[in-house]
Design a protein around this ligand. Structure first.
Ligand SMILES: NC(=O)c1ccc[n+]([C@@H]2O[C@H](COP(=O)([O-])OP(=O)(O)OC[C@H]3O[C@@H](n4cnc5c(N)ncnc54)[C@H](O)[C@@H]3O)[C@@H](O)[C@H]2O)c1
Length: 284
């Protein structure tokens, strides 16, 4: 997600400091950005000059303190782990300029909680981009309990300037996107678990019947079953309502490391070079 966010800002003329603890990840990020720019070039949506300008707007850092020291806005997109994000926000707060806005791309962690470890909770906000960032139009903007109105207006206008469509929501578990999406995915997994229908039938019904571009089981594989599982747990704990509890089949698949595309197997099987959707042998 970090490389997609850097790509979109840099393409729109922002100077970007791309920060990661791993220099391997930084190199991977830069090569993904270059590959995605080549795709845009081939489609004619940018020219060679735009590509060069975008790449030259990005500098990489493995030191957060060095990367963040002169920035107007920081968008955190590190691994989805509460303790990690809290420690990163403490560090960002310490090294970023006093007027810098601190945003998080978190899919599910409370913005109010993240803001509470900083000395500037009114300048902390959620800026939830969708995957893949250069293509997906939505930015879900999440106001923490203390977020100042002018900070929300700044991020809203900025999202429009990036060519995105912002939607502002309040900070409750799952915000809007995942509060609605995850129960649908969970229900699809329950339908499979209870033998109501097979993988292909469930996805085809939702694709053709509801005009969804991807069925919920394929989407779960794309997002990562571990990510779906952890967001459902956030909803379950946050609302205390059993309707959000992850389906036991999902829990088992996560324990068995059947995580979807990233592990090569989920509801479907993935082999490099094969673009056909093949239902996993566990569900045939
Ligand atoms: N993947 C998605 O579809 C998606 C969609 C929307 C939002 N998000 C959110 O975006 C964030 C990132 O997701 P992802 O899928 O790109 O995660 P990822 O685990 O693939 O990448 C996270 C990156 O963070 C780096 N990192 C870890 N600790 C760090 C630290 N202390 N300082 C700097 N960098 C650090 C890792 O090296 C890695 O490169 C998460 O909060 C996730 O919820 C993900």
């Amino acid at each position: 997600m970090g490389n997609g966010i850097a790509h979109v800002f840099a393409q729109n003329g922002w100077e970007v400091a791309l920060i990661d603890v791993s220099s391997d990840q930084l190199n991977k990020g830069l090569s993904t950005i270059a590959k995605n720019l080549d795709r845009q070039l081939a489609k004619g949506s940018i020219n060679a000059e735009n590509k060069d300008a975008t790449l030259s707007n990005i500098k990489t850092y493995t030191s957060l303190a060095a990367g963040i020291k002169n920035v107007q806005l920081a968008v955190e997109a590190a691994t989805e782990n509460t303790e990690l994000k809290l420690s990163i926000f403490k560090e960002m707060d310490e090294h970023a300029p006093a007027d810098c806005v601190l945003a998080s791309n978190t899919s599910s962690i409370s913005i109010t909680r993240i803001a509470s470890v900083t000395s500037r909770p009114e300048q902390v906000i959620g800026m939830h981009f969708m995957n893949p960032v250069p293509i997906m139009k939505l930015v879900e903007i999440i106001n923490g309990y203390a977020t100042r109105q002018d900070v929300t207006s700044f991020i809203t206008q900025l999202s429009k300037d990036l060519g995105k469509v912002p939607c502002v929501v309040n900070d409750y578990p799952g915000f809007i996107a995942n509060r609605i999406l995850m129960p649908m995915i969970n229900e699809a997994i329950y339908s499979l678990y209870e033998g109501v229908a097979g993988v292909e039938e469930i996805d085809t019904i939702m694709k053709l019947g509801m005009a969804h571009p991807m069925g919920p089981l394929q989407l779960a594989d794309f997002i990562g079953l571990d990510v779906c599982h952890s967001i459902l747990n956030v909803l379950h704990e946050g609302f205390g309502n059993p309707k959000y509890a992850p389906c036991p089949l999902l829990t088992n698949m996560v324990l068995a490391k059947r995580l979807g595309i990233k592990s090569g197997e989920g509801f479907y099987s993935y082999t490099q070079g094969n673009k056909d959707l093949v239902v996993s042998s566990s569900f045939r």
